[in-house]
Design a protein around this ligand. Structure first.
Ligand code: CA
Length: 479
C-alpha cells in the first residue's frame, strides 16, 4: 500500500476572494504529483463573519455557500457548486477529502433571548460567582435566508448550555444557563472546559444531539467526503463523538477515517480520550508539535533522543496524525507556536519519513503565508515525494544521542528501489553509522536535500556513515 499523506488545505490568512475551492481544484494534479492523497478542507459552511469567516464561527451548517446569509451567498472559499466541484476534482486525482466538522459552538445568532443564568469563574467553571441572573443571550438561530430548506430546525437557548456575552449589560462572562450543567466529562483545564466560545451546544439535550446527527447524515448525502476532521473535541462530552461517528458510519454503510483536534501537550489526556472514544478516531499529535517547538527554540540544547517519547504516534501509531504546524499555531493566532524556519525541514523529514502516524502537511508551509511574508518550507515538496516513493519497509531507529539522531527505512518489495536514511542534528554538524538494507550492499545513496554533499556507498551490511550539516537534516535515497 502507498503511504498516506494529508495536506491541511488552508491557512488562516488566505485571501477573502471566494476563490479557494477553485484554487484547490486547480492544484489537484500538482498535489497528486507530490504524493498528497488526502486533504483536510476548511469548514465549508457559513460563519458569522460571512465571506471573511475562516469557518470556526459557525452560523449555519446547512449553508455551504448556497444562501444569501451574513452578507453573501459564497463563503470565504466560494460557492457550494465550487465546493462540490473541488471535492470531485480532488477525488479524481486520488486525493481523499476530509470535511471539517465544528459542533462545539455556534455564533452570529439571528436574535437574542432573555435567559436565566449563573455566572462561573473564567478560570474555574465549577465555581459559581453569582446567583441567578437574567441576561440577553444570542441564542435564536432561525436562518431566515435559508427559509427551512434541508431542515426546519430552529435553535433556541434550550439547545445550548451557556454563552459568554450578555447583550443587555454589554459585558463578557462565563454564563451557564439555569438548569444546565457543563458537560460532565470534558477536558479539566479551567475546571471544566466544556465552554470554549459562542453559544455552546448542550449535548445533554437529546434535541441538540438529534439536530447535529440529522445534519451529519445530510452532509454525508450532500457531499461525498471520505472522512472528517473533528474540531475542538476536548470541549465536547467525551462520549458524544463516539456515538455520533457510529451513527455516521452506519448511515454511510462503511467505515471511514476521522481525526479529532484535542489541543493539549499532555499525552496522557490524549490517550485517555482515545480510550473513551474506543479508538473510533485518530487524534492530531499535539504533544509532538510541542516537542518540536521545544527542540526548535532550545538553541541546540534539546535532547533529540527524547522526541519519540513525547509523541502520540509512538504510543498509538494507528490513531495518530502527526503535524508540524497548523492554522492555530501560525503567527497571529491565539495558540501561535510556529516552528522556526531552521527546524521545519527536520520536523517534516521526521513526520513524513518515519513509519508511524499519518503526516499532515500545513498549507502555509507548503505554499508559504504571503500575509506574513513567510516562504514555503525549503525542500518540503521533495520530502513529500520521497515519502511517496521511498519511505517504506521496516524502520531502524538511531535516537541514541542528544544532538545527532536518525532512522532508516529498509524499503519493501512493493516499491522497487525504496528505502531511505534520515539524519538530523539540532547542534553542530555530525555523522552516524546507520544500516539501511543488506540487499543494497555496494549501492550509492545521495542526499536529496543537498546535492553538494558527496554520495555514500553502502557496505556489505547495507549500512554507511551518514552526515548532516549543523542544524540540518539529510535525506538519503538510492542514487
Ligand atoms: Ca462544549
Amino acid at each position: 500500500m502507498d503511504n498516506l499523506t494529508m495536506l491541511q488545505g488552508f491557512e488562516w490568512y488566505l485571501p477573502e476572494d471566494g476563490m479557494h475551492w477553485n484554487r484547490l481544484a486547480q492544484a489537484a494534479p500538482q498535489l497528486q504529483e507530490s504524493g498528497i492523497n488526502m486533504i483536510w478542507l476548511p469548514p465549508a459552511y457559513k460563519g458569522a463573519a460571512g465571506r471573511c469567516s475562516v469557518g470556526y464561527d459557525v452560523y449555519d451548517t446547512y449553508d455551504l455557500g448556497e444562501f444569501d446569509q451574513k452578507g453573501s451567498v459564497a463563503t470565504k472559499y466560494g460557492t457550494k457548486e465550487e465546493y462540490l466541484a473541488a471535492v470531485h476534482t480532488l477525488q479524481q486525482h486520488g486525493i481523499q477529502v476530509l470535511a471539517d466538522v465544528v459542533l462545539n459552538h455556534m455564533m452570529g445568532a439571528d436574535a437574542t433571548e432573555r435567559v436565566a443564568v449563573i455566572e462561573d469563574a473564567a478560570n474555574n467553571r465549577e465555581q459559581a460567582i453569582s446567583g441567578e441572573q437574567q441576561i440577553m443571550a444570542w441564542t435564536r438561530f432561525d436562518f431566515p435566508g435559508r427559509g427551512g430548506k434541508y431542515s426546519d430546525f430552529h435553535w433556541n437557548a434550550s439547545h445550548f448550555s451557556g454563552t459568554d456575552w450578555d447583550d443587555g449589560a454589554k459585558r463578557n462572562g462565563i454564563f451557564c444557563f439555569k438548569g444546565k450543567t457543563w458537560n460532565r466529562e470534558t477536558d479539566t483545564e479551567n475546571g471544566n472546559y466544556d465552554y470554549l466560545m459562542g453559544a455552546d451546544l448542550d449535548t445533554d439535550n437529546p434535541e441538540t444531539v438529534k439536530a447535529v446527527t440529522d445534519w451529519g447524515k445530510w452532509y454525508l448525502d450532500a457531499v461525498p467526503v471520505d472522512g472528517f476532521r473533528l474540531d475542538a473535541v476536548k470541549h465536547i462530552s467525551f462520549d458524544f463523538y463516539r456515538n455520533w461517528l457510529q451513527e455516521m458510519r452506519a448511515h454511510r454503510g462503511s467505515d471511514f477515517f476521522a481525526v479529532g483536534e484535542y489541543w493539549s501537550p499532555d499525552l496522557g489526556r490524549l490517550l485517555h480520550y482515545l480510550e473513551r472514544v474506543e479508538g473510533s478516531m485518530s487524534l492530531f499529535d499535539v504533544p509532538l508539535h510541542f516537542a518540536f517547538t521545544k527542540a526548535a527554540n532550545s538553541n541546540g540544547m534539546y535532547d533529540l533522543g527524547r522526541l519519540r517519547q513525547e509523541s502520540l504516534a509512538e504510543r498509538m501509531p494507528d490513531n495518530a496524525v502527526t503535524f508540524v504546524d497548523n492554522h492555530d499555531t501560525q503567527p497571529g493566532q491565539a495558540l501561535s507556536s510556529f516552528i522556526p524556519v531552521w527546524f521545519k525541514p527536520l520536523a517534516y523529514a521526521y513526520i513524513l519519513l518515519q513509519e508511524k502516524g499519518i503526516p499532515c502537511v500545513f498549507y502555509g508551509d507548503y505554499y508559504g503565508i504571503p500575509h506574513d511574508g513567510i516562504a514555503p518550507v525549503a525542500g518540503l515538496r521533495v520530502l513529500c515525494q520521497v515519502r511517496a516513493r521511498y519511505a517504506y519497509g521496516p524502520e531502524h531507529a538511531y535516537f541514541d544521542d542528544c544532538d545527532v539522531v536518525g532512522f532508516t527505512r529498509a524499503g519493501d518489495e512493493e516499491h522497487p528501489q525504496s528505502g531511505v536514511a534520515v539524519l538530523m542534528t539540532d547542534h553542530d554538524a555530525g555523522s552516524k553509522y546507520m544500516q539501511v538494507n543488506a540487499a543494497y550492499a555496494g549501492r550509492l545513496m545521495r542526499n536529496v536535500l543537498d546535492d553538494t554533499m558527496a554520495p555514500v556507498t553502502l557496505d556489505e551490511q547495507g549500512g554507511a556513515l551518514f552526515s548532516a550539516a549543523g542544524g540540518a537534516v539529510s535525506v538519503w535515497v538510492l542514487a
